[in-house]
Design a binder for this molecule. Structure first.
Ligand code: TXA
Ligand code: MG
Length: 352
């Protein structure tokens, strides 16, 4: 792990020069640029191969500078910031004039969060102390540091594999402790209407309700039934290149047998103890608790994707609310898996 001050100083200098820096957050690694510098932010889109209408999250060192990035901030936003920042919660707010249109994909709203990873915070704070970027603003626009539509990186080596030389510096903070992206809550309807949950994550709707007294309206595709969806019916994202299919624990042995008889190599992602794994080409077991599972999920998908299997089977996860964010990611991965990058881009829906 390289966390010394010289590396942070170099990262700050690169950001101020309009270059990219990848860094760990508690959720996944991000690839960042000075959020007030449109040319720098443009480099992110080029490095990721991301369509220009996809908005980015602005990372801040604290909620102190929030009103320079957002306007008409509702009371609930301050309450949520107070309760969950630094932490894996992104707030969608009305955009302040200083935020370049390229950051927000041309929308009148902006996503902001304060990440909890010590290295991300050290970078953001050092950046603030050095005077920040353009106009003294101190925000780092950063999407997950993967090629568009692919699996988010949870280790520095994943970032290198995804983005290669497009990023001059990757801060290495080891494995990200949360492992899936932040919860996103849209508060632009103000204090009079329920906020909207755009992406489930570690911070749950119930935890949000405990702070603001109202449950967010869930507008993301419900992750309730564990069944695979028809390709294109939901956003293809977080996806391996190997086709991915769900299978119940009860069907597992039969499905693996059937596939083997047709000469296909199965890689399995499971959490239950298996009676006999010998028919498998490869298998990885994740912890049976949702937090442990989330922490290992993307690294496991990445590893299974590299095993030259014909199909990745994923043992169905529990249908309980605590697994909702994981179900969301797995369904999107199943939807995008096996598609060529161009196909994937054309079936990916832009989020609201
Ligand atoms: O955990 C995270 O949020 C990670 C780390 C690096 O902070 N970042 C991340 O960024 O997942 P990205 O760009 O991969 O995903 C951001 C999501 C996208 O789905 C984007 O559409 C949504 O946030 N988003 C950003 N700004 C938005 C806005 N103004 N309105 C609606 N959605 C927005
Ligand atoms: Mg992403």
């Amino acid at each position: 792990m390289r966390t010394d001050q010289a590396v942070i100083d170099r990262a700050v200098a690169l950001l101020q020069a309009g270059e990219l820096v990848a860094f760990p957050t508690e959720t996944v690694y991000g690839v960042g640029a000075d959020a007030a510098n449109p040319a720098a932010v443009g480099r992110i889109f080029t490095a990721k191969g991301r369509p220009a209408d996809h908005p980015l999250i602005v990372h801040l060192p604290g909620d102190g500078g929030l009103d320079r990035w957002a306007r008409d901030i509702p009371t609930r936003a301050w309450e949520l910031a107070e309760a969950f920042w630094p932490g894996p919660l992104t707030l969608i707010l009305k955009r302040a004039p200083a935020v370049p249109a390229i950051v927000t994909g041309g929308q009148d709203t902006v996503g902001v969060r304060v990440p909890a990873h010590p290295l991300a915070l050290a970078l953001l704070r050092a950046y603030a102390e050095a005077g920040g970027g353009v106009d003294g603003l101190c925000g780092i626009a950063a999407p997950s540091a993967n090629r568009f539509g692919r699996i988010s990186p949870t280790e520095a080596a994943h970032v290198r594999a995804e983005l290669g030389d497009a990023v001059p510096l990757i801060l290495d903070g080891g494995r990200c402790p949360v492992g899936i992206e932040s919860t996103i809550v849209d508060l632009t309807r103000g204090d009079d209407q329920a906020p909207r949950l755009l992406r489930p994550g570690r911070v749950t709707p119930e935890q949000i309700a405990a702070v603001i007294g109202v449950l967010p309206e869930i507008v993301t595709r419900p992750a309730d039934d564990g069944t695979p969806r028809v390709s294109g019916s939901l956003a293809a994202h977080y996806a391996p290149t190997t086709p991915l299919r769900f299978v119940t624990q009860a069907d597992l042995v039969d499905v693996v047998d059937e596939l083997r008889q047709t000469g296909r190599r199965c890689a399995l992602l499971h959490h239950s103890q298996l009676p006999n794994a010998s028919a498998l080409h490869a298998g990885l077991r994740l912890p049976v608790d949702p937090q442990g599972y989330a922490r290992g999920l993307y690294a496991a998908l990445r590893e299974l994707d590299q095993m030259a299997a014909d199909i990745i089977l994923v043992e169905e996860i529990p249908a309980a609310p605590a697994w909702a964010a994981i179900a969301d990611r797995l369904h999107r991965a199943a939807c995008g898996a096996g598609l060529a990058t161009n196909d994937r881009a054309s079936t990916t829906q832009v989020r609201p």
